[in-house]
Design a protein around this ligand. Structure first.
Ligand code: NAD
Length: 246
């Protein structure tokens, strides 16, 4: 029997991609909702909620899903810290897969970055920088995926948000050892590109993922949906879904 899904942001680019392949993944978008619709009237009839909308829409939807005991998959990015916290709280009641990027390749990039960062630690003399590029219509920066890559590097080097230099400009001085650079490029129709660079003296390592079709995110979100319905309440990542833990 196919999984009945309430999809928020159904008219958007990602929403349409999910609708176009849901059937192939044993899912049915029984409740497509978008701006102006009221999901509280529909939620009882679905098995699971998928959110690819706008950052302000996620928190009320997660609270509604928790109220009704519906597992949730969140793809929306760019949330403020207080919204993140409130959304995470709902996972005491429901299973939630929350990922800034649902592609298999990007989740492998996360894994490889964790491994590389372990070897190329602060004492190694390698300087980490994260570079991302997306289409001209993307509203938030850095991307959710770049945020996750920065988090992996911060955790590995025991650094904080204050150690991240976003798009240097002006007389910023020499690069510090305990610094991580972050750069967001925007233009054209680029679906999503991420590079983690470890720049050393005399050598440089670059780990790059290039997405050419957003269908990969849609397929990953549907895979996560099928997995989430069988999980206990809790917060899960796409790495959990793929069994890719460092
Ligand atoms: P989009 O602008 O094409 O679509 C967003 C849709 O959400 C629009 O149809 C809009 O009308 C709708 N919307 C706005 N407010 C809403 C509300 N209150 N309730 C319901 N719907 C609402 O954007 P997109 O490219 O489809 O991306 C959507 C989100 O997904 C963004 O945050 C983007 O960064 C993220 N994204 C995540 C991944 C991933 O793998 N996690 C991949 C691609 C995009």
């Amino acid at each position: 029997m196919s999984l009945k899904i309430l999809l928020s942001g159904a008219k958007g680019r990602m929403g349409q991609a999910i609708c176009s392949i849901a059937g192939e993944h044993g899912c049915e978008i029984t409740h497509p909702v978008d701006l102006g619709d009221d999901p509280s009237e529909l939620i009882a009839g679905c098995d699971l909620v998928i959110d690819f909308s706008l950052r302000d829409a996620t928190r009320p939807l997660a609270e509604l899903a928790a109220e009704h005991g519906k597992p949730m998959v969140i793809g929306t990015t760019g949330h403020e810290a207080d919204d993140r916290e409130a959304i995470e709280k709902t996972t005491s009641r429901i299973a939630m897969v929350w990922a800034g990027n649902f592609s298999t390749g990007v989740n492998l990039l996360f894994y490889l970055t964790q491994q590389a960062a372990r070897v190329l630690d602060t004492r190694s003399g390698f300087d980490p920088e994260v570079i991302e590029m997306h289409h001209r219509l993307k509203k938030d920066a850095p991307s959710g995926t770049a945020d996750r890559l920065l988090e992996i590097l911060k955790d590995s080097r025991k650094l904080g948000e204050e150690d991240v230099s976003h798009g240097r400009s002006g007389m910023v001085g020499e690069r510090k050892d305990d610094e991580i650079g972050s750069h967001a490029l925007r233009g054209g129709d680029v679906v999503g590109e991420h590079t983690v660079m470890f720049a050393g003296i005399g050598e440089r390592i670059e780990l790059t993922h290039r997405a050419t079709d957003r269908i990969i995110f849609a397929a990953g979100a549907l895979k996560a949906a099928k997995w989430a319905v069988n999980q206990e309440p809790g917060l899960y990542s796409m790495q959990d879904v793929l069994g890719l833990q460092a």
